[in-house]
Design a protein around this ligand. Structure first.
Ligand SMILES: [Zn+2]
Length: 439
């Protein structure tokens, strides 16, 4: 485990004593004292849009699209890219071979049943690692009743030994981990850890877990195994990002994500949302490791491929993610963006937008727009007068920025001949503020 990052002097000057008190500066939201078990500053992303994401209702990725997504994820800095099992279909097997042969920086994994036949198929595709999952829920039921625990463990170890003998990375995961018997689960995780598995995986297959349960589960598992811990959270009840974050706090090392969170039912932890969450915990780590402005690009590719639009409230890239509306907010944002923003839009390659054409607007934001338009000879009183007119008109309907600009410009023109008040009084409807003929 790496030490906490981004610690710096409380009052950083060149002459500081080396023994000075150290406090985190990465973010005011970062815990002051980091738990040594926590991996919020040292985690890896297993991007499974090309496996879990294929289970999304609308998903059908042809080879070309898969390659495009894989390359975009690789450029973004995904640590691993997980692919559908080559046992699923002939095309799936071919696609594994193609993507494994792309020479990506990311490690390429495929997700297969804990079965030697599947594992052999996987290895033949040239992937870097195999994510094995203990097959079906009936297995689990049987297992949790203790009937065939020895059989399951033996089989898992056989598979792990085989993958390792081929020099590949191997993960062993159970399905529906949070509704399985904890004692049985820990026993099998301990056994595969002893057998030298690289990671164990836990999966909230049905999206039932909450952050507190996750914390307790992962903490317990952490005390039982030495290998890495991968977590997979479904989002049926909206906890997928919170659960991922909590899992890392409790000592998990790898988180499964998909672009836009697509997956079975309503999907899993979304890549963009997780990166936003982790950015607030350790901005330097996240910015150093991941190319954040690429999020929008990969989301656009996937949204188009599965024929959805990026949701309005999407993390980072939703159309209103960095839009400030209320007058008080707008004023504060213009003075100091961090008052109402914990994410810096420029770090993600997106822009902040201050919305001013509505009845909640404030004169500071309007003045800011006047300055952007570089109109001379305008003062605070002018901004206040224009703001009152915007509020009056916006009670009829909201104004677009183009409407607001027309209003400002007409006022400004009127001011040259001291007729600005008359100009304002003559405007009674937003429909008068069209750009045609008013430039
Ligand atoms: Zn899943």
């Amino acid at each position: 485990m790496s030490p906490p990052r981004d610690f710096a002097s409380a009052d950083a000057t060149a002459t500081d004593d080396v023994n000075r008190p150290r406090v985190p500066i990465a973010s005011p939201y970062t815990p002051r004292y980091q738990d040594p078990m926590s991996n919020i500053s040292n985690f890896k992303i297993i991007e499974t849009t090309l496996r879990e994401g294929e289970q999304f209702a609308n998903a059908f990725f042809d080879t070309k699209t898969k390659v495009e997504i894989a390359k975009a994820l690789d450029n973004l800095g995904a640590d691993y890219i997980e692919l559908t099992s080559p046992a699923a279909s002939e095309q799936s097997r071919n696609d594994c071979t193609v993507i494994a042969g792309l020479g990506l920086k990311a490690k390429v994994l495929t997700h297969v049943r804990c079965h030697l036949d599947d594992v052999k198929l996987a290895i033949d595709t040239g992937v870097d690692g195999v994510n094995v999952v203990m097959g079906t829920s009936s297995y689990l039921r049987e297992f949790s009743h203790g009937k065939s625990m020895e059989y399951i463990t033996k089989k898992a170890i056989e598979v792990i030994d085989y993958v390792k003998s081929k020099g590949l990375e191997v993960r062993f995961s159970t399905e529906d981990s949070f509704r399985s018997d904890l004692v049985d689960l820990l026993a099998i995780y301990r056994a595969v850890d002893k057998a030298g598995v690289h990671r164990v995986g836990i999966a909230d297959t049905v999206g039932c877990a909450n952050p507190r349960q996750v914390y307790e589960f992962v903490r317990t598992l952490r005390s039982v195994v030495n290998c890495d811990i991968e977590c997979h959270f479904h989002n049926d009840t909206g906890c997928a990002i919170a659960n991922a974050y909590t899992a890392l706090e409790a000592g998990a090392t790898h988180i499964d994500t998909t672009v836009l969170g697509i997956g079975e039912r309503n999907g899993i932890t979304p890549l963009g949302g997780l990166l936003a969450r982790m950015y607030t915990a350790d901005r330097a780590y996240v910015m150093d490791k991941y190319t954040l402005p690429d999020i929008r690009h990969v989301e656009n590719i996937v949204a188009e491929a599965v024929q959805v639009t990026v949701p309005f409230d999407n993390y980072i890239t939703g159309f209103c993610a960095f839009t400030h509306k209320a007058g008080i907010h707008a004023k504060a944002i213009l003075n100091n963006p961090s008052t109402y923003e914990i994410l810096k839009p420029e770090d993600f390659g997106v822009s902040r937008y201050v919305s001013i054409g509505h009845r909640l607007t404030g004169w500071n934001a309007v003045m800011n727009r006047i300055e952007q338009l570089q109109l001379s000879n305008m003062n605070d009183d002018d901004a206040k007068a224009i703001t009152q007119k915007i509020k009056q008109l916006a009670d009829i309907r909201p104004l677009g920025l183009d409407n607001v600009d027309v209003l400002i410009r007409q006022y400004h023109t009127g001011k040259q001949t001291s007729e600005h008040i008359k100009v304002l009084n003559s405007i009674e409807s937003p429909d008068q503020l069209t750009t045609t003929g008013n430039r």
